[in-house]
Ligand binder design. Structure first.
Ligand SMILES: NC(=O)c1ccc[n+]([C@@H]2O[C@H](COP(=O)([O-])OP(=O)(O)OC[C@H]3O[C@@H](n4cnc5c(N)ncnc54)[C@H](OP(=O)(O)O)[C@@H]3O)[C@@H](O)[C@H]2O)c1
Length: 176
């Protein structure tokens, strides 16, 4: 089972150029920890550089894509990992999720309410991920896994539905 876990605001804000998340949402963070504890996790080189120490200590293994691990064929690579581990969790960032979306089983996506944005942010540093925001709009929600006044985390079944929405998600049109 390959799971992507990520968070985004309703308008597609995903991160910042310094790698620090632009929001503070304790409820979502606690849910995130519960999902990665004891798991084998994949992440990109950039996300690894700003990864909190707690995350490193919670997971059972971190596979950092970049320097020494280059992946050309994600389908084969994820299949290979799945043969060794029951569950692989993909932690980001944007480039890794983009490449893994077509080959993953589940997307666990938190929608973060704008009230959780940190103060004094510079919008010029914002990284948006419209394809992911769009995926969450066109895929049916399988179930809601966690919710508070500051976030809602939904589970999407990618294996079942991604092929139907691939053309929309991978070729996002402005103002959709
Ligand atoms: N909201 C969320 O849930 C969430 C979660 C995590 C991160 N983020 C945000 O995501 C952003 C970072 O995303 P990103 O796309 O810049 O970085 P990233 O996906 O974490 O890492 C990108 C790096 O990974 C390596 N890489 C990617 N694909 C590869 C492949 N197929 N083979 C070998 N190496 C590969 C490259 O490293 P080299 O250049 O070293 O080769 C590339 O520069 C930040 O804004 C962060 O805040 C958000």
């Amino acid at each position: 089972m390959i799971k992507i876990i990520a968070a985004i605001t309703d308008d597609g804000l995903f991160g910042q150029s310094n790698g620090i998340l632009p929001w503070k949402c304790k409820e979502d963070l606690n849910f995130f920890y519960s999902q990665i504890e004891g798991k084998t996790c994949i992440l990109g080189n950039s996300t690894y550089k700003t990864l909190p120490r707690l995350v490193k200590s919670l997971v059972s293994e971190l596979i950092v894509i970049g320097n020494s691990i280059k992946v050309e064929d994600w389908k084969s690579y994820l299949t290979y990992l799945e043969e060794m581990e029951d569950e692989i969790v993909i932690l980001g960032g944007k480039s890794i999720i983009k490449q893994c979306l077509p080959y993953s089983d589940q997307l666990i996506l938190s929608k973060i309410h704008k009230r959780s944005l940190k103060p004094l942010l510079n919008p010029l540093d914002f990284i948006y991920f419209p394809e992911l925001a769009l995926a969450s709009k066109v895929l049916p929600v399988n179930s809601v896994l966690s919710a508070s006044e500051n976030h809602v985390t939904s589970l999407y079944n990618l294996r079942k539905y991604y092929e139907n929405v691939r053309h929309v998600v991978e070729n996002p049109v402005q103002d959709r």
